[in-house]
Write a new protein. Structure first.
Length: 438
């Protein structure tokens, strides 16, 4: 992933230094278990921990060995032997490369998940704060991009909160699904290594033993994991697109913070563009794109092949780094989002009362007019507003057929804005629990 869209903590998870350190820990934990089982000397396991644990692995040296061996795990083990000395012959007893690679990959995904979960927690906190701030800020709800009926800006943000809360639950489940360890040897039969070694390593790394590894951990787990990242990215895009629409000049109900000294255009000094949310829309596309190859990785040949390997070397870092950056950016956007209640009211009143059409329709049906006739009566007056800029209330009051069914006071009452927000507390309680009415 390019540095522009990377944050150091997530990048560090995918660094060669971190990877080789995890590889060492997997091998060393396995040696501990082998020593307890009497397969290797306990002093050897101790030496491996002491010398390997204190070492700084030479990335250039490992790369040099790999250029000759054409095998990354062998290159690492050779370098480890240079550090540990004769006792290194007990390392990797009965294990295969996939035991190290797959277990390490899952450890990295677990650590990446922890960062992403922390990102989601920060985003949820920001959304909750702004939702309560604008709980009663009335704005127009839109369907198909067209004015529908009133809602509040707080309800919009509460919807986003509920969606990202679901995202968090999914990521917790996805993390649990990939938190498995495989130390089962060639074709996963444990022929040359005791299953208790796998159990020991799994416990030491905070994982579960993979029930059947077939030499590789089944990739349906990873497919679900990356699909989950794709869903979270889609939620990021949904919120981004909403903000982008609200920032359009003709709307301007909310706007990304525009910092002092910021420039919107190289040609037009007046521009204030939604560049952050546009950026997140693009990043979301990339995270979703990584889900498909993860699904294609599920179908490996027999007990093992490495068609998945090159894919995962790319999508592991890129998907997690990209989503981490997007979530962190969204936190900043929500925390600093500029909200314009006056513009919301101005836009809502642009078509002079049309947003109350459903209430009039329902009132006519309750007064004994058929639904078809009620719809016709309301629509013919609504079209005068659309086409000629008329006032909806005045047109209804002047319509003899409408007045025959409804008295003036009833018609006027249907234009009460507060009617549409009477259940906001209920919505907030559903989303935020007992704090919803605060």
């Amino acid at each position: 992933m390019i540095p522009r869209y990377s944050r150091p903590e997530m990048v560090a998870i995918w660094s060669p230094e971190t990877k080789f350190r995890i590889w060492f820990e997997i091998e060393a934990h396995a040696c501990d278990a082998l020593a307890e089982l009497g397969v290797i000397p306990k002093e050897a396991a101790k030496t491996i921990w002491e010398k390997g644990g204190a070492a700084t692995f030479d990335i250039d040296r490992i790369d040099e060995i790999e250029r000759e061996t054409k095998h990354d795990v062998i290159a690492f083990l050779t370098h480890l032997a240079e550090i540990v000395g004769p006792d290194a012959r007990f390392v990797h007893q009965g294990m295969t490369s996939s035991d190290v690679l797959d277990t390490c990959f899952n450890v990295q995904l677990m650590r990446a998940s922890d960062i992403l979960l922390a990102d989601l927690d920060k985003l949820l906190a920001a959304l909750k704060k702004r939702a309560f701030e604008h709980k009663d800020t009335v704005t127009i709800g839109r369907s198909h991009g067209i004015h529908a009926e009133p809602t509040t800006f707080g309800v919009k943000l509460a919807q986003a909160y509920a969606e990202f809360e679901r995202c968090r639950h999914r990521l917790v489940a996805a993390r649990a699904e990939i938190a498995t360890c495989a130390i089962s040897g060639a074709v996963g039969t444990f022929a040359n290594i005791d299953p208790r070694v796998e159990e020991h390593v799994a416990k030491a790394l905070g994982m579960q033993a993979e029930p059947v590894s077939t030499q590789v951990i089944p990739r349906d787990r990873h497919a679900m994991y990356f699909a989950t990242l794709g869903v979270i990215a889609s939620s990021v895009e949904r919120l981004s697109v909403e903000i982008r629409h609200l920032q359009r000049t003709e709307v301007l109900e909310a706007e990304e913070y525009f910092s002092p000294g910021q420039k919107g255009s190289s040609a037009m000094p007046h521009k204030r563009n939604p560049v952050l949310t546009e950026n997140m829309t693009g990043l979301a596309r990339m995270v979703r794109a990584f889900a498909l190859p993860a699904m294609e990785n599920v179908a490996l040949w027999h007990e093992r092949d490495i068609s998945h390997s090159s894919v995962e070397r790319m999508i592991g870092p890129d998907a997690t780094i990209t989503l981490d950056f997007a979530l962190a950016r969204m936190v900043g956007v929500i925390e600093k989002l500029l909200v314009y209640p006056d513009n919301m009211l101005k836009n809502m009143n642009k078509f002079r009362g049309l947003i109350h059409s459903q209430r009039v329709l329902l009132a006519l049906t309750q007064a004994g007019v058929s639904r078809e006739d009620s719809y016709r009566l309301v629509q013919r007056n609504a079209m005068k507003v659309w086409e000629h800029g008329a006032d909806f209330l005045e047109e209804l009051l002047a319509d003899a057929d409408v007045r025959a069914a409804l008295p003036e006071a009833t018609i006027r009452e249907k234009f009460d804005l507060g009617y549409h927000t009477k259940h906001v507390d209920t919505i907030f309680k559903r989303v935020f629990g007992s704090t919803g009415s605060n």
